[in-house]
Design a protein around this ligand. Structure first.
Ligand code: TRP
Length: 461
């Protein structure tokens, strides 16, 4: 009888636990359904009705791993970046939305170990904050399997600002510490398709921008810079890859990724294949012989990720390795971190052609301040470095970690005033820009031609 009641008890305990687990699962499912319904409403503007398929013209614009639903604050695609948050875009959310991986301290330490070099400040400070497959690249590199770098720029005007230099400064560092070849795509065709510019203008901007890029210090023996208009027409291998990619991506896919509509010209719709092609080593036979298996690593701003999500999706289907990626956050406009800088608004940024006086005036006049309205209040309550553009700029350009930390402490405590903080930034940027201008002056037409001529590069894989 005793044994019977123990068994009975067991039975009931088992039954009740199962019931509880079920209940928990139902709760999770209900939550998920609720979230799906609100996401549905965000996307379509209509309430969800069971059994009714969504209208045809509805597409999820960001097509990433849409696990976080739709973000109301942030808007990030290759042509627009905006947010309503003064601290800037929420990058952690973006990682979830795009389905990339966060650059953790562990990865930064690993890069330090593999290269034997102190990590660049952009890595130390999370300015490059997200990646795809970087661990894989390092695994292979440790086994003496090398890789190449690919980055680019859309030459939409002659004027480049400091924000444009971020990927190039970082790429130059990667080239130095890993000692690897680099290709730089100037998408003059993209700018012709997207902007109201003539082909000749876009091509001229490409060559002018190449000078600023070269002034970042790239090694001519390891770097190939190309204009799409020039190189695409001259390289059968490059064009073959473009067409291969075009054959393996549907209109529906690019519509989903880039938000193209029926009234976009067909040039735009097929352009993503052209930005994808340099991710494959056999697009550059003069550099890699016929090899199609050399791994590519792309440092870029996070807004370029849609192109490379598409690239990574097609790669295995056309027999190529997927490119790895390192993503940077955006360089904020002087007016605040809500948008990235615009080359068309002279007061939104520091241009590479600005004089010391212009730099000083722009920062003093336009750099959004996290300081208090009066000196008394500032001394009492301190400033907010998280929304202060001058402080943000210093995190990009002041290399000394200790000095930066001290500035942060002093600004937060009120010991450092906004004017004093701005002065530090001005004195950091003035010599930096002057040196850039000096190096750019040294870049002759002959040097540009050297960089832009298809030729073998000097490296071993
Ligand atoms: N589309 C980019 C722009 O408008 C230019 C670009 C081409 C690029 N290929 C790239 C940027 C690779 C980063 C990495 O600026």
């Amino acid at each position: 009888e005793f044994i019977r009641s123990v068994l009975k008890l067991h039975y009931w305990v088992f039954f009740l636990t199962t019931l509880l687990i079920f209940q928990a699962e139902i709760d999770v499912a209900v939550q998920l359904l609720l979230k799906l319904k609100t996401d549905y409403k965000h996307l379509t503007g209509q309430d969800y009705k069971a059994g009714c398929p969504p209208p045809e013209n509805v597409v999820n614009q960001d097509n990433g791993a849409a696990t976080d639903g739709i973000d109301e604050e942030d808007n990030v695609d290759p042509w627009n970046v905006s947010t309503s948050n003064a601290k800037g875009v929420d990058y952690d959310k973006l990682i979830v939305r795009f389905g990339s991986s966060k650059i953790e301290t562990e990865l930064v330490d690993r890069i330090e170990k593999v290269t034997g070099q102190k990590p660049h400040r952009f890595l130390r400070r999370g300015i490059f904050f997200s990646h795809r497959d970087m661990h894989q690249v390092l695994d292979a590199y440790e086994k003496n399997k090398s890789f190449y770098l690919y980055t680019g720029r859309g030459p939409s005007s002659e004027a480049m600002h400091v924000g444009h230099l971020i990927p190039f400064i970082f790429t130059k560092w990667l080239q130095d510490v890993f000692d690897i070849p680099l290709v730089i795509q100037l998408t003059d065709d993209e700018k012709y398709l997207w902007k109201d510019l003539a082909i000749e203008e876009c091509h001229r901007f490409a060559v002018e921008n190449a000078k600023d890029i070269i002034a970042c210090g790239f090694d001519v023996n390891k770097t190939f810079i190309f204009s799409d208009f020039d190189y695409m027409g001259s390289s059968p291998e490059f064009y073959r890859n473009v067409v291969k990619i075009q054959k393996h991506v549907t209109y529906n896919q690019v519509k989903g990724i880039f938000g193209f509509t029926d009234s976009d010209c067909i040039g735009k719709i097929s352009f993503p294949a052209i930005q994808a092609a340099p991710s494959f080593s056999n697009s550059f036979p003069q550099i890699f012989g016929g090899r199609k298996d050399v791994q590519c690593l792309i440092p870029c701003a996070i807004d370029q990720d849609p192109y490379f999500r598409m690239t990574r999706d097609v790669a295995p289907r056309i027999g190529y390795p997927k490119p790895a990626l390192l993503h940077s956050s955006f360089f904020p406009a002087l007016q605040g971190a809500q948008t990235k800088m615009s080359a068309s608004d002279a007061n939104s940024s520091i241009f590479l052609t600005d004089t010391p006086k212009q730099i000083k005036n722009k920062i003093n006049k336009h750099a959004f301040s996290g300081g208090k309205d009066t000196i008394e209040e500032h001394r009492k309550f301190g400033g907010n470095p998280d929304v202060d553009v001058s402080f943000m700029y210093l995190t990009f350009f002041l290399d000394d970690d200790e000095q930066l930390e001290k500035i942060k402490q002093d600004y937060s405590s009120g010991a450092l005033l906004t004017g004093e903080l701005k002065k530090i930034l001005i004195e950091t940027l003035q010599p930096m820009i002057a040196q850039h201008q000096e190096r750019r002056k040294q870049v002759t037409e002959e040097t540009v031609k050297q960089f832009m001529t298809p030729r073998p590069l000097n490296f071993k894989l």
